[in-house]
Design a protein around this ligand. Structure first.
Ligand code: LHQ
Length: 274
């Protein structure tokens, strides 16, 4: 496990671990429920940039230390910054930090797993919504906390949440707030899986390991195709699918996988760009 800065700082707010093709980013301010202060946002963005660019990393896991996944913006820092620089200065963190973090999580060319180890609130919930999988421990929950502090929503949740749960439920969750349980998040389509607390780490490890030996280029293309199709016509989506099929059809992974299929042996994917 290494900190983003020098690999040795024990109290770094963001820890990064690379193991077997899995890059795990751990928000590490348990005393503040992994609230996002400036250092945490800066290091989270840097960690995601590193992992996105690292061809040896074929799956990214985002999780938290302690009893929370992430409770969004650090409101203590927010209030003191409001007093120092006013709303315009403090809200610049949205385009400066939250938006690039959201964009990276959504566009990196590898699968992203949110390992929701505890409560996810505000922008913390939004981060989880950007992942391909939300593995949620049974005692966790989600809270769209923005309205309770008189703010609109951010970090992409106006885009992700209605796509996950539909517009009616998205508006209920945003306007009324409150914590929804892991089980309700599963029923609503937010959680991919809810796992008993004792089995959570192992399930995340197994899933990330499975994704990290998968067809990374095909996974990347699927992420792009689904994102593109969500705001395009059918004919444009078909054209983009054709382009991506041509690209993935030219990979070594595809060639060896169809050979393996015909030879009735398991495929071994390298995930490399050809
Ligand atoms: C916190 C926080 C927190 C600091 C709990 N900060 N300390 C973008 C741009 C710029 C500005 C603003 O925002 C954004 C995006 C956003 O993310 S806005 C949304 C910010 N997040 C929230 O509003 C969530 C606030 N927290 C809560 O509603 C609750 O704490 C939840 C539902 C997450 C958990 O409830 P409990 O399990 O009952 O825990 P608690 O409320 O007792 O909190 C424990 C401690 O953590 C407590 O401190 P204390 O010193 O009393 O032990 C809280 O003050 C602190 N804490 N969230 N975001």
């Amino acid at each position: 496990m290494s900190a983003v800065s020098d690999g040795r700082t024990p109290c770094s707010p963001v820890l990064v671990e690379r193991l077997g093709g899995v890059g795990r980013v751990r928000l590490n301010r348990p005393e503040a429920l992994n609230a996002l202060d400036l250092a945490t946002k800066t290091q989270l963005l840097a960690a995601l940039e590193d992992l996105a660019a690292d061809q040896g990393i074929r799956c990214v896991v985002l999780t938290g230390t302690g009893r929370a996944f992430c409770v969004g913006q650090d409101l203590r820092e927010h209030v003191s910054r409001l007093n120092e620089v006013g709303p315009e200065g403090v809200l610049a963190t949205v385009p400066e930090h939250y938006n690039p973090i959201a964009t990276l999580l959504h566009t990196m060319d590898k699968p992203v797993v949110a390992a929701v180890n505890g409560v996810a609130a505000g922008a913390g919930a939004s981060l989880a919504f950007l992942a391909d999988f939300r593995i949620v421990t049974a005692s966790a929950g989600f809270n769209l906390a923005f309205a309770q502090i008189g703010l609109s929503c951010d970090t992409g949740c106006s885009w992700t949440l209605p796509r996950l749960v539909g517009p009616t439920t998205a508006m209920r969750l945003l306007l009324l707030g409150g914590t929804i349980s892991a089980e309700e998040s599963l029923r609503l389509g937010i959680a991919t899986e809810v796992v008993p607390d004792a089995e959570f780490e192992e399930r995340v490890h197994d899933l990330a390991g499975q994704l990290a030996v998968g067809p990374t280029q095909a996974y990347a293309a699927m992420r792009r195709a689904v994102a593109y199709a969500s705001s395009s016509s059918l004919s444009d989506a078909l054209a983009y699918e054709a382009e991506l099929m041509a690209r993935t059809g030219a990979t070594e992974d595809h060639q060896q996988a169809v050979d393996a299929f015909l030879a009735k042996r398991p495929a071994i994917f390298t995930g490399q760009r050809d």
